[in-house]
Ligand binder design. Structure first.
Ligand SMILES: Nc1ncnc2c1ncn2[C@@H]1O[C@H](COP(=O)(O)OP(=O)(O)O)[C@@H](O)[C@H]1O
Ligand SMILES: [Mg+2]
Length: 249
């Protein structure tokens, strides 16, 4: 689904990620692990062309999404509609729970009836395992929810555009362990319908969820392999083993 060919990302003279080559398969959970400043978030930004969020970022090499170079999409919003993103901290929009989820479908210009939109909002909140907790207060502010609920709201919002690819960047940094486990369950279910790229600061989360894992370190992709292989001590690079054993990071 995603082919990354010789990807290099720079901020001015600083190289954040160099010569990355890898492929992400349809409907897999693909984890990216690695310490801070490895280039993980920059990698996600390049895929859906969020360069605008990162001043000075320049990208070379190719990223094919469903066979089409992401830089050839004339309309970057059309590309981003197919790629949902969840950030480390829930980015609650200053609007109601309902409107947070309904925003993207409303902006997409589809003419949805009120009933269609209601059904879509309910479906997305259910898929994000949030419906039961919020169904009686859909029209109160999303910002009044707990941190864990807000992170699930951002997942519901990402799902509202029916993405083919969902990218999560360290989603569990600001949520409690119970919410983390609930979201992991959600991801297992969502995987039946979409591809997931999971950048995680929790190596065990990669072990629990991902079919394949990439290890990024200091702007390089050190290794990509089957999660089982990497976690069973058969990684190709000693730095991967050291990281998994907690020797640094
Ligand atoms: N907007 C920016 N301007 C300059 N350098 C940046 C910017 N964003 C990230 N970097 C640098 O790029 C490298 C990779 O950052 P990042 O992709 O955020 O890594 P990670 O997500 O693995 O922590 C780091 O050295 C970081 O300091
Ligand atoms: Mg990051």
């Amino acid at each position: 689904m995603v082919t990354v060919d010789n990807l290099t990302i720079r901020y001015g003279a600083h190289t954040a990620l160099a010569n990355v080559n890898l492929q992400i398969r349809a409907k897999e959970i693909f984890a990216i692990i690695g310490p801070a400043n490895a280039g993980k978030s920059s990698f996600l930004c390049a895929i859906n062309r969020m360069d605008a969020l990162r001043p000075g970022m320049s990208v070379s090499g190719d990223i094919l999404f469903n066979g089409i170079n992401v830089r050839q999409w004339r309309n970057v919003y059309a590309l981003r509609r197919q790629i949902g993103v969840v950030f480390p901290l829930p980015v609650g929009l200053p609007m109601t729970i309902y409107d947070n989820v309904a925003l993207a479908p409303r902006l997409s210009g589809q003419s949805l009836t009120k009933a269609d939109l209601d059904a879509l909002v309910e479906r997305c909140l259910r898929r994000a395992a949030l419906w039961d907790e919020v169904k009686d207060r859909l029209h109160s502010l999303g910002s009044l929810l707990s941190g864990g609920q807000q992170q699930r709201l951002t997942i519901a919002r990402a799902l509202a555009q029916e993405p083919q690819l969902l990218m999560l960047d360290e989603f569990s940094i600001a949520v409690d362990p119970v919410t983390t486990m609930r979201i992991e369950e959600i991801l297992r279910t969502l995987q039946q319908e979409m591809t997931i790229i999971l950048v995680t600061n929790l190596v065990q989360q990669a072990a629990r969820l991902a079919q394949r894992t990439a290890f990024f370190l200091n702007g390089a992709c050190i290794e990509v392999g089957d999660t089982e292989t990497i976690f069973s001590g058969q990684s190709q690079d000693p730095r991967t083993r050291d990281y998994l054993e907690g020797k640094f990071g």
